[in-house]
Write a protein that binds this ligand. Structure first.
Ligand code: FAD
Length: 274
């Protein structure tokens, strides 16, 4: 393990692996990542890992366009191909005219960025998704890029490219202390030794405050309850002859996509603390 480096990233979930990757692509090779356990094993491992193109504004959509291109590039990398990258498209449902108007506005806004979304009526939703009931449905926003990715493979692929460019990953290396000196140099204490560095990135996800407490900092981060269900095989899906698109329902706040020949159905906690 190095005792001096430029950057120490703490945490090997998707945030940490991504943060390790980017400096290496800009030529910063003296970067390391310390992970308590193994890459991906925390929240990232449990993710349904939908990668949507929709965002609230052009900046968000632009970032997502970039991520989708990066993930496509990683998926096609012969050195570490990501083999679980479905491209089924997705429908964001609407049951009010105001929502449809919002979708029309969104589709026209992103067209200027060369991003294609399509506003479709209820019958077209049903044509594209064999399990939809059109009762109370007005239509939806079709995102041809909506897809999911294997989050574990994604982290490994980012880590793999970063390592090739000179970065180092220390697994089973919990960070237990942090000290900042007057000259802005840091010492990151781990269970396997100390590392001095210029910059520290805390990418510890829901445990971010455990590490920040080491330097007396607290962030207003709260946990939210979140779960998804996996259904057994559904004959209509098995016999559809194609993978079915993902559904997102902003009204009831759930999403639903094909997983094998069944469904993965996720809900977000309502009225949670923010
Ligand atoms: C059920 C579920 C479904 C989801 N679905 C989606 C989805 O469809 N699309 C989407 O974009 N997002 C989804 N998410 C959210 C997404 O998974 C998270 O936002 C993301 O994984 C968070 O990544 P992270 O790197 O910030 O945190 P984590 O994955 O938690 O990584 C933090 C890492 O820090 C390490 N760590 C903590 N303390 C220390 C320490 N002291 N020293 C060293 N290492 C330490 C941990 O071991 C861990 O590996 C979902 C989440 C859940 C739970």
């Amino acid at each position: 393990m190095k005792s001096r480096t430029k950057v120490v990233v703490i945490g090997g979930g998707i945030a940490g692996c991504t943060t390790l990757y980017y400096p290496t692509q800009e030529g910063w090779t003296d970067v390391v990542l310390g992970e308590w356990n193994d890459l991906t094993l925390s929240t990232t491992w449990q993710s349904a890992a939908q990668v949507k193109h929709f965002g609230m504004n052009q900046t968000m959509v632009g970032q997502k366009t970039y991520s989708i291109q990066l993930y496509k590039d990683l998926a096609e990398d012969p050195d570490y191909p990501i083999n679980h990258h479905h491209r089924d498209g997705g429908i964001r449902l609407a049951n009010t005219e105001a929502q449809m108007q919002g979708y029309r506005h969104f589709a026209s806004m992103v067209r200027g960025m060369d991003v294609q979304f399509e506003v479709i009526d209820a019958e077209e939703c049903a044509r594209r998704h064999p399990l939809i009931s059109t009762e109370n449905l007005i239509g939806g926003l079709w995102d041809t890029m909506d897809r999911d990715i294997d989050p574990a493979q994604l982290c490994q692929a980012l880590g793999c490219r970063a390592r090739k460019a000179g970065a180092e990953v220390y697994r089973n290396t919990p960070v237990v202390g942090l000290t900042q000196y007057n000259d802005d140099i840091w010492t990151v204490q781990t269970e396997h030794g100390d590392i001095d560095c210029d910059k520290v990135v805390n990418a510890c996800g829901h445990r971010v405050n455990e590490v920040d407490a080491m330097i007396g900092v607290h962030h207003p981060v709260y946990h939210i309850g979140y779960q998804y269900f996996l259904a057994e095989e559904i004959l209509a899906i098995r016999d559809a002859g194609h993978r079915i698109p993902l559904l997102r329902c902003p009204i009831s706040d759930y999403y639903c996509r094909q997983e094998k020949n069944g469904l993965l159905l996720g809900f977000h906690e309502q009225d949670c603390k923010t």
